[in-house]
Design a protein around this ligand. Structure first.
Ligand code: UDP
Length: 420
């Protein structure tokens, strides 16, 4: 059955450059899911907010899905935590498209898209799913007063989870968090994030920049924000002589992020500055070439909704040392493809990395097992197929349940909460 699928991702466009503060795994996820669904024969349109006046209304991608830029608020980049007041306009623009094009299923990404999609799809009887990517309750727990999310985020997430046809969570830890929020788990499916196993392979030609200056290298990749925990790696370097750290992430235009300045100061204070290299944003296309220069890829966030980088490293045959949190509890097989360590614990991280660096045979075995695991369980083709199954079940239910409106789309089930 060919499904017409509307993916909604208000801030994370599949066309954006990856690595800046608000552009990371969600952008990759939406792009790869759209491509994977298209390869399976489904017709996909991605709806995102126009954040540049020069963007065409619709872009046909090389992967044969469309990206539609909806007008909502100023046509320039707005930090994602300031987008909430723009969501009614985004929902109105989305509704006009859904009414005209009548997709079979809507799949929203992130809480604000979930709110807009459940609002836009009401009365249209279109099954509507949400993948949160990150939960406000988890973010608040870890970031406390530094959390710049709108205060109503957690309540909106619960309302969206209840009013959508279903939640597509990405890992078991997220299901536990949803249960703790009181969400009915009957409507929750788990489909992990994936990795492009055609691109992330063991065969990449290694990047020669920056040149290796130490016997061993750790690579760490992601948005340059404190919660990614690069500081823990910098602190661990004190106990890891002969090891250099290469950090990739940041703005495309080379603007130095505040987090980089903070980390450079920390490295200087600890006497390890000559072993820490920031290479800025690395084009996603070049990521395998960077990852394969590493003896170990370290992902040491405080918390992590899923985490694509461990999968990318595994697919490239590189062992991973990761915080034992979130999706990495599912993706990294502890003692098989890498090691899981407590977050924010430099001593534990140094012991795990140091042990692996001293044991080339174990590194090679973890690398081989990582490739097998990534290819067998986490290809985007497998992820797209599992997601399409969830859609198809709901589509069948909504087309056979004559007279019974699809959950979350019925008149009168509009999320009560909205921007002031
Ligand atoms: N990434 C990239 N270039 C960079 C930094 C990151 O291509 O300079 C990509 C990385 O390869 C991964 C994504 O951005 O695909 C980050 O996803 P992850 O889930 O690890 O973190 P998030 O950004 O979602 O918190």
């Amino acid at each position: 059955m060919v499904l017409r699928v509307a993916l909604v991702s208000e801030h994370a466009s599949p066309l954006a450059a990856i690595g800046a503060v608000d552009a990371g795994g969600q952008n990759v996820h939406v792009a790869e899911l759209a491509s994977g669904l298209t390869r399976l024969g489904h017709e996909v349109v991605v709806y995102t907010r126009r954040d540049d006046p020069d963007l065409p209304a619709t872009v046909r991608t090389d992967d044969a899905y469309d990206v539609v830029h909806l007008d909502a608020g100023p046509p320039r980049r707005v930090p994602k935590d300031a987008l909430w007041p723009l969501m009614p306009a985004f929902a109105d623009a989305l509704r006009a498209h859904l009414r005209a094009h009548r997709p079979d299923v809507v799949h929203a990404h992130f809480w604000m898209s979930g709110w807009a999609a459940t609002r836009a799809a009401r009365r249209l009887r279109i099954p509507t799913f949400v993948t949160f990517h990150a939960l406000g309750s988890v973010k608040r727990r870890h970031q406390g007063s530094a959390d710049t999310s709108p205060p109503e985020r957690v309540d909106v997430e619960v309302a969206v989870a209840e009013r959508a046809t279903g939640v597509i969570a990405t890992c078991r830890d997220e299901v536990a968090e949803l249960a703790a929020l009181g969400v009915d788990l009957d409507g929750v499916d788990v489909v992990p994030c994936g990795v492009d196993v055609r691109h992330f392979t063991t065969g990449a030609a290694p990047l020669d920049h920056p040149p290796r200056r130490e016997p061993h290298r750790i690579v760490s990749v992601g948005r340059l924000v404190p919660r990614k925990g690069y500081a823990t790696i910098v602190e661990a370097l004190v106990d890891l002589p002969g090891v250099e750290l290469v950090v990739a992430g940041g703005h495309a235009d080379g603007t130095v992020e505040a987090e980089q300045v903070r980390l450079e100061t920390l490295a200087a204070d600890l006497g390890v500055a000559d072993r820490v290299h920031f290479v800025g944003q690395v084009g996603h296309f070049l990521m395998p070439a960077l990852l394969c220069t590493a003896d170990v890829v370290v992902c040491s966030p405080w918390y992590e909704p899923f985490g694509l980088v461990p999968l990318e490293a595994m697919a490239c045959g590189v062992p991973v040392v990761a915080s034992a949190v979130g999706g990495m509890l599912d993706s990294v097989a502890d003692g098989e493809t890498g090691l899981l360590v407590p977050p924010q614990d430099p001593q534990a991280l140094a012991a795990a990395v140091g042990g692996l660096l001293a044991d080339p045979a174990r590194r090679a075995a973890y690398g081989r097992a990582g490739v097998r695991r990534a290819r067998s369980q986490f290809s985007w083709d497998a992820v797209a197929a599992a997601t399409a199954e969830v859609y198809a079940r709901a589509h069948d239910r909504s087309s056979t349940a004559a007279g019974t409106p699809a959950a979350g789309t019925a008149a009168g089930r509009l999320p009560a909460l909205g921007p002031a």
